[in-house]
Design a protein around this ligand. Structure first.
Ligand code: FAD
Length: 416
């Protein structure tokens, strides 16, 4: 089913009775050419590009719960390509370009909104760092503008500029950054992949790998064995637990990240703003809620719920940046499990087990990476070679010392 304006009008006039489920609910086949584990954004995007760009026809995505129930439906929906390091910036810029054409590619309204992202700075060293990052972005073809205090004030007059412990001195603006409706990304990729014959199998947990003579022959699941020539793990926060079933210990720790949404308000925030003196970022959803988040809970966990001290910390960050937030009531909050890598950057690579591939380590920046991650993983699975923008995302960088430490934090996953 293709969507069109005429179809929407027809359905509106006839009680919306003509809409059909947009993906099938197939039983698993005995075997596939490629099995992807995890129907999050990255797994579904991988399946879409495998089918569309690389012509793979026998592909399955296996999901232990329901499609989109993981981090892809839990994040704060921010997209951007404002990275500094060579290993990262071309990849995230590639991703932003794919976001820009996503709705046409999928024929699905993912509410891609390039409303701009502004990273505030509060002192001279931060201004220097923002200038350097903006220059690196521009060298890689991305857009970046350095704003002084007046420039920020023109966009966000209600921020706490001077009467604050950390007065606002300016910000680095990427106008092409913004937000995307996260559920719609999962649904759009699922529909597109399904329409090209990909089997999306929900309520099917991978419980183990069948590995013989160093080769992966398929996956054991709660619905029986499924054979595969290639298996691609793509389970974000569950990466450590899943890969342990293949005998692997990853350079990844899992931590909880929480997000919050206020009651619906009239339009107040034109774009995405991040605080430079604490961990706080905020945007306004199209429904009117202020969507915001902060730091990790700081201890290892596989629970999808967070703790109260972090709630207090995030609220304090919000109050110090934009005191008007104190008038809004908090409507909902939730948590997701983050796959925090040792250098804060992801891994898209084959493993030492033949036929077994890995995609993970997205930390809390994986939503914006969804299209490029899917494309690069599909490239690796289909051709056996890394995509040009993802060459740095290899396992052996930790052994060889080629870290992609965007924040310069060292091997401290909870600080990236
Ligand atoms: C609160 C919060 C805010 C965030 N904000 C942002 C943001 O603003 N911008 C940004 O870029 N990123 C953000 N992120 C990060 C981003 O959401 C993640 O990095 C990204 O979604 C991870 O990739 P995914 O979508 O494939 O993961 P998921 O959606 O988690 O997909 C993994 C899937 O694997 C399934 N699975 C796990 N184990 C198994 C198994 N054994 N068998 C079968 N299936 C299995 C899970 O059920 C899940 O559906 C945020 C994350 C959170 C939690």
């Amino acid at each position: 089913m293709r969507y069109s304006g005429l179809k929407v009008i027809k359905e509106a006039l006839t009680g919306h009775k003509g809409w059909k489920p947009v993906w099938r609910d197939p039983d698993p086949k005995p075997d596939y050419d490629i099995v992807i584990i995890g129907a999050g954004g990255h797994g579904l995007a991988t399946a879409h590009y495998l089918a569309k760009v690389f012509g793979e026809r026998r592909v399955a995505v296996i999901e232990k719960g329901w499609l989109g129930g993981g981090n892809v439906g839990r994040n704060t929906t921010i997209i951007r390509s404002n990275y500094l390091l060579d290993g990262n910036e071309p990849f995230y810029e590639f991703s932003l370009k794919l976001w820009e054409g996503l709705e046409q590619d999928l024929n699905y309204n993912a509410m891609v909104s390039q409303r701009g992202i502004l990273n505030l700075f509060h002192n001279d060293p931060q201004r220097d760092a923002a200038t350097r990052r903006g220059n690196a972005m521009r060298l890689n073809g991305a857009d970046a503008e350095l704003l002084d205090t007046d420039g920020v004030r023109a966009l966000y007059p209600f921020l706490n500029f001077d009467d604050a412990r950390f007065p606002i001195r300016g910000g680095l603006l990427q106008r092409r950054g913004g937000t995307v409706r996260h559920d719609a990304v999962a649904w759009g990729y699922a529909r597109a992949a399904d329409s090209r014959g990909v089997d999306i199998i929900q309520n099917c947990e991978v419980t183990g790998f069948r590995i013989e003579n160093g080769k992966c022959l398929g996956v054991e699941t709660s619905r029986g064995f499924i054979g595969a020539k290639k298996v691609g793990a793509c389970v974000a926060g569950s990466s450590g637990r899943l890969m342990a079933k293949a005998g692997m210990r990853l350079p990844i720790e899992s931590h909880v990240l929480q997000a919050f949404v206020s009651e619906g308000l009239k339009p107040v925030l034109p774009g995405v703003v991040t605080y430079g003196a604490g961990h706080f970022y905020v945007s306004q959803s199209d429904k009117g809620g202020l969507v915001f988040g902060g730091d990790l809970d700081g201890y290892n966990s596989y629970a999808q719920r967070g703790n109260l001290p972090t709630v207090e910390d995030v609220a304090e960050g919000g109050m110090s940046l934009m005191p008007i937030i104190g008038r809004a009531r908090l409507l909902r909050m939730w948590g997701g499990i983050m796959d925090m890598s040792m250098d804060g950057s992801p891994i898209i690579d084959r493993t030492d087990i033949e036929g077994l591939y890995f995609n993970g380590g997205w930390c809390y920046g994986g939503f914006k990476a969804t299209p490029a991650s899917g494309y690069a993983y599909a490239h690796l699975l289909a051709t056996g070679t890394p995509h040009e923008t993802a060459r740095a995302y290899r396992f052996d960088r930790f052994r060889r010392g080629y870290m992609i430490d965007e924040k310069g934090m060292g091997a401290q996953p909870n600080l990236h």
